[in-house]
Write a protein that binds this ligand. Structure first.
Ligand SMILES: Cc1cc2nc3c(=O)[nH]c(=O)nc-3n(C[C@H](O)[C@H](O)[C@H](O)COP(=O)(O)OP(=O)(O)OC[C@H]3O[C@@H](n4cnc5c(N)ncnc54)[C@H](O)[C@@H]3O)c2cc1C
Length: 600
């Protein structure tokens, strides 16, 4: 059976020691009650829930999967009870506005809890995850009437949400959407069309499901500029004794569920809207803007799923590597009393473990720092500071989505390799991590599309303003630490990679302006380069704290010494990948485009 222990020590290190949660977040208006003690208590409770309730359902949930019968979808045994525990514990409304019944806690804490949930049981996490995305879109773009009706239901988790974009003929290119919306006399709309691959589209966990649906009005301009967003409940709301209740059915039917590679306990549905009643969210024909609010949050959420799987896969691989005995150390027996040494003595096994670990810890640091920027964006009184934080988050969103999910799959794959043949066998649970992780590279915009978003939208945005939000603070950090001899093993390689990133950015921008295919050819490798430099910055910040603790003789358990060893692995074994990426980027589009289509 797979194991999972919530990485609370890691989270406390980042929240309090590296990034100064109290200074950065508690000090913001509205967060006075989110003290470091509260944060620690919330994380501890979340850890208990995830380790004791959600994780034990992960393997059986994968085996049983969701079932479909006559339009009714059932989640695996135990999911409904676990969802009720989750909901009653207030987890669905953790970061929601108290005005709508939420707890109003910082977004960065929501990120950390999402990680714990997805490590324990990614399929389970899909249900509240999608609801949270729907909550965001309604909160940001719907009118007060819709907000007051629906947000309390999403915050308390009695109703759940979905995101209905994809249709059989279009996933990435949403400009081709065919679902129609026709205005009705009472100000509502009638929605007709078929959506596919809808996560949490139908299930037995909540009383009602709120679909956020992209559709086209009769007078819509063609393409992406003619799409509007609608809120379409499965059951129309009616006033009951205890407020709003699920009323009559609304012509929303689940046609089938997909049988898929992973996240088998998350229902992936075909949803048919048959003249269903819906309400406009945001402005007519501006649906993509409203949906982006949801998609950006969801993209960060998917990045966190990648991080989550990377963590749990690493934990299982490390535990197995200590336990499994096979072969002898190349330097002579380490455990002569046993017939063989643990495989953790072998350099190649250590390579796999450290690769998973160094990327995971760097990624978590970037997630926490970015999460704090979201809180600054939401709460800071100074609009200029808010804008700066928002720019940083916008720049990091495609990087977090693509880099973390590529890593999630890689870490799961490495964990399988560490397990040898046992990694390929269902009951160890490691192959499930790989199967579950794989979708994160595809949904919420495939990773190639994230790279195009970075190169084509985020780099030029505001005349390079977003880039400066990253380049300037990083430059400041490097300058402040350049003279610190103890930090030079980390700072020096990062200075080189950072300077190369700046050159490549200019090169990609110039080439892309002359020929967009050049930017398209560079995009994925450029995103990875950027991502590795971002993690390098995070690793420098972590290493600095670790060094201070060691210097102050505050390392009785060797935690900070291990942190420095992991930092060294990152700078000596992972960051050098940027050199090869740089060469490949500069090779340009020709090696990709010269092949005749017929020759493929
Ligand atoms: C398990 C699961 C859950 C999902 N959940 C949801 C959900 O809840 N709601 C929802 O609406 N959808 C959902 N989806 C759909 C998912 O978001 C899409 O599958 C995804 O966005 C890719 O779309 P596609 O499958 O049509 O691939 P395509 O768009 O056909 O893309 C195929 C490949 O071509 C590449 N490509 C496409 N266009 C370009 C371009 N312009 N430039 C460069 N490369 C390009 C892509 O990167 C990709 O590698 C889910 C899918 C799955 C499998």
């Amino acid at each position: 059976m797979p194991v999972y222990k919530a990485p609370l020590k890691e989270m406390r290190f980042l929240f309090h020691e590296v990034f100064g949660f109290e200074r950065e977040v508690t000090s913001l208006p509205g967060y006075a009650e989110a003290t470091p003690d509260v944060v620690d208590a919330v994380l501890e409770e979340a850890a208990k829930l995830c380790e004791n309730e959600l994780q034990p359902l992960n393997l059986p949930g994968d085996k049983e999967g969701c079932t479909y019968e006559n339009g009714v979808v059932r989640t695996p045994k135990g999911f409904k009870e676990a969802y009720n525990t989750f909901r009653e514990g207030g987890w669905t409304g953790l970061t929601c506005d108290p005005k709508y019944g939420g707890q109003g806690l910082p977004k960065v804490l929501g990120f950390a809890v999402e990680e714990l949930v997805s490590s324990a049981n990614m399929s389970f996490g899909m249900y509240p995850g999608l609801s949270h995305g729907a909550y965001n879109a309604i909160e940001l773009h719907a009118n007060d009437d819709l907000k007051n009706q629906y947000l309390p239901k999403l915050a308390d988790g009695t109703w759940s949400g979905t995101m209905c974009l994809t249709e059989p003929h279009c996933g990435t290119d949403l400009g081709m959407i065919k679902t129609r919306a026709v205005p009705a006399d009472d100000g509502s709309f009638r929605i007709t069309g078929t959506k596919i691959f809808i996560s949490a589209g139908e299930h037995d966990l909540t009383e009602n499901i709120l679909h956020l649906v992209l559709a086209r009005l009769p007078d819509a301009p063609s393409g992406i500029k003619g799409i509007s967003l609608f809120l379409v409940p499965k059951f129309l709301p009616k006033k009951g004794a205890n407020g709003l209740e699920a009323g009559p059915a609304n012509g929303v039917r689940c046609g089938s569920i997909e049988h898929k590679m992973g996240i088998k306990a998350s229902s992936t549905c075909v949803i048919n809207f048959e003249d269903s009643k819906g309400w406009l969210v945001g402005k007519k024909h501006k649906g993509m803007r409203a949906m982006f609010a949801m998609m950006n949050a969801a993209r960060l959420g998917v990045g966190v799923q990648g991080l989550a799987i990377a963590e749990v896969a690493y934990q299982n691989a490390a535990a197995y590597a200590k336990e499994r005995i096979q072969g002898r150390s190349l330097k002579g027996a380490k455990s002569p009393e046993k017939p063989a040494d643990s495989i953790i003595v072998h350099p190649d096994v250590r390579r796999m473990l450290l690769k998973a670990r160094a990327m995971t810890e760097g990624a978590r640091a970037l997630a926490v720092w970015t999460g704090m920027r979201i809180d600054v964006f939401v709460k800071h009184p100074d609009p200029a500071v808010r804008q700066e934080a928002d720019d940083f988050v916008a720049l990091m969103t495609p990087i977090i989505k693509a880099l973390f999910t590529d890593h999630g799959y890689e870490s799961a794959n490495l964990a399988m390799q560490v397990h040898g043949g046992h990694g390929y066998i269902h009951e160890y649970g490691v192959e499930q991590f790989a199967r579950d992780a794989r979708i994160t590279q595809i949904y919420e915009g495939a990773n190639g599309i994230q790279a195009l978003d970075l190169v084509g939208r985020k780099l030029p945005m505001g005349g390079g303003r977003l880039l400066r939000r990253f380049f300037h603070p990083m430059q400041d950090f490097l300058e402040q630490n350049m003279a610190d001899a103890a930090m030079s093993e980390f700072v020096s390689p990062l200075v080189k990679a950072f300077s190369r990133l700046q050159q490549l950015t200019l090169w990609v921008a110039q080439q892309g302006m002359a020929d967009p295919e050049e930017a398209g050819a560079a995009a994925s490798e450029y995103l990875r380069f950027f991502g590795l430099v971002s993690l390098g910055w995070m690793w420098c910040r972590m290493a600095k704290v670790a060094q201070e603790k060691i210097a102050a003789k505050a390392d009785p358990e060797g935690y900070y010494t291990a942190k420095l060893a992991t930092a060294r692995f990152f700078f000596q074994k992972i960051l050098p990948e940027t050199a090869a990426l740089g060469l490949s980027i500069m090779a340009g589009k020709k090696p990709l485009m010269e092949m005749q289509e017929a020759a493929f």
